[in-house]
Write a protein that binds this ligand. Sequence first.
Ligand code: PMP
Length: 352
Amino acid sequence: MSRFLSKNYEKLVPYTPGEQVNVKVIKLNTNESPFPPSPKVKEVLSEEVIDKLNLYSDPELKELRSAIAEQFGVTPDMVFCGNGSDDVLAFAIMGFCGAGGKLCCPEISYGFYPVYADIFGVELEQIPLKDDFSIDANNYIGKNKNIVIANPNAPTGLTLTFDEVEKIVASNPDNLVIMDEAYMAFCGESCMELVKKYDNLLVTRTFSKSHSLAGLRVGFGIGSKEIIDDLNKLKYSFNPYNLNTLSIKAAAAAIADNEYYDDKIAKIVVTREKTISQLRESGFVCTDSKANFIFASSNKITACDLAAELRKKGILVRYFNKAKIDNYLRITVGTDEEMQTLINAIKEITEA
Ligand code: PMP
């Protein structure tokens, strides 16, 4: 630490991203898609667009917001875009819960929520999950605090139903409910249509998982025009050009290519179900994950040792050294071939 860091940030414990590597491995540690982005993405990144990079990007993000709005049947003024959905979550937690405000989230969930709460001075309540790792929706009814929930939750992959989400939103009319739907494309019961009914709901999504564009860094939030106006006010007070021109073009092209992505998402879902069955047959306990990852614990080897052994075989998975989940691995669903290699490697390790 230098002598110059503000006292406010001395004790900050930053979020730890999954490892990115340059060597060839089977990478099942950061929930990226194993498939390349839609070919439409390449088409729009033309020389003409590159030649115009001397100009600033559109701070209003008109092209992208319209493309997203069209997909979700809302108006562009209900869409806020960020540099990854992390950016959207950061603006929302800063703006709606910041400096002395209150927020609650599941105790086991996306690791960034406590970090944002910490950096923005938000009082955070972390609500335990049930023993089976599911979220008890009753814990969030009439909470009188802002709420952020990942649905499907990470790293468990378990979901709340549409009705449960609606009850949470309806019973907290004076607080913001952020539903983080980063992994929703892989299961289906989105609460997105509720943004037209409730003015206290913000639904966040990302291009990083279902749309094979983690490296592009684009995410978005959909909510009432008033919520989006507030987020824009914050953005214009912080970083008006938060998305670059290439990201705007590429993401707008991607979101319109349903045919391509529906196919890839369907493949990932089939591979997920197959892999979960294979793991269960080999004695693993797995949650019924509805995301593009599996949450699994072996009865033969500790999660920590298994992650280390898989690594030696060139397969990266995510191990969290955290109470209650330290015997589980979060394994991204790759291609069918990658998952078969994983299953074979696990057999070799556990039967050796
Ligand atoms: N929410 C959840 C639950 C996540 O797992 C992630 C990915 N780490 C994000 C949000 C952020 O994703 P991105 O910033 O790539 O959109």
